[in-house]
Design a protein around this ligand. Structure first.
Ligand SMILES: [Zn+2]
Length: 294
């Protein structure tokens, strides 16, 4: 999501889409509109979808391999921790994602026989927007940066807002935007290309990161994101959300980034910016060790 993206999401949600799209492979990671899957094994899909995203959505170097933690869960098929164990960790951390016993959404707008959600899509909120002002000195601790209010506008259309299932601020606080059982779309690939069959296949997580204008680019833009992109607490909590959402889905979800999903599409988003997969993976490995010990 970007600042303009918040508005765009509101504009694209109501667009009527056909319930069936022509068969084919779309996007950089070749989404198969019939199989409702990107190309390759879960590990190969993650390798494509987690490729680093540069400024303005330019793709970084291809990943030679998945980092160890993701490789272990997606390649070797490590068993999911039980819901009971994950629930205990969530409780001890004070994180509530709406429980682990409920269902996750199903594709094709929740059709009973459609596949369950299988992708965990990472976004950055690109909010608040600082324009030509500098970021706050303590971007991780700043009250305005960490405020959830912009994402939960009072009196907003519930069909449009909040724009994602889960929100995660830089202090690690998690807030449910949409229930994980609700089919919800938040990328151009889903709304503009795949259409209704995609609705429910993806779970969306917005991680809070501000933006500012890059003066070397003419006109309005929100091209500059903080460096580092995310706080340590966000990586730790994002790893927990990934495991918890997978536990609720009953299988390891495939992580994806908004920008890589949409790459090549018109007005593709550039988020998450400065996301460090290694740091996420380190947090995931640490969490998996902790879960095993329980
Ligand atoms: Zn996004």
């Amino acid at each position: 999501m970007s600042a303009a993206g918040l508005l765009l999401a509101a504009l694209v949600q109501p667009v009527a889409m056909p319930s069936a799209v022509p068969a084919g492979l779309v996007g950089r990671c070749r989404f198969d509109t019939v199989a409702l899957s990107f190309a390759g094994s879960p590990a190969e899909q993650a390798q494509c979808l987690m490729r680093p995203l540069g400024k303005r959505g330019v793709l970084g170097k291809e990943l030679a391999r998945l980092p160890r933690g993701l490789s272990v869960v997606l390649k070797r098929g490590t068993a999911l921790p039980t819901r009971e164990v994950v629930e205990r960790v969530l409780a001890s951390e004070g994180v509530d994602i709406g429980g682990l016993d409920g269902p996750v959404s199903r594709a094709n707008d929740g059709e009973a026989t459609a596949p369950l959600a299988r992708y965990f899509v990472i976004h950055d909120t690109s909010t608040p927007y600082y324009g030509d002002e500098p970021f706050p000195a303590d971007v991780d601790g700043d009250a305005r940066v960490n405020d959830f209010a912009p994402y939960f506008p009072v009196g907003a259309d519930p069909e449009k807002y909040p724009v994602a299932h889960l929100f995660l601020n830089r202090q690690g606080v998690v807030k449910v935007g949409q229930p994980l059982s609700r089919p919800w779309r938040a990328t151009k690939l889903e709304t503009r290309v795949i259409g209704l069959p995609a609705k429910g296949l993806f779970l969306h997580v917005e991680t809070v990161a501000p933006r500012r204008r890059d003066p070397s680019i003419a006109g309005w833009n929100d091209a500059i994101a903080p460096r580092p992109g995310f706080s340590q607490r966000q990586y730790e909590r994002l790893a927990l959300l990934y495991v918890a959402a997978s536990a609720r889905a009953g299988g390891w979800l495939i992580p994806a980034q908004h920008g890589t999903m949409d790459h090549g599409l018109e007005q593709a988003h550039d988020d998450p910016q400065n996301f460090e997969l290694k740091r996420f993976d380190r947090a995931l490995r640490k969490l998996l060790r902790r879960l095993r010990e329980r």
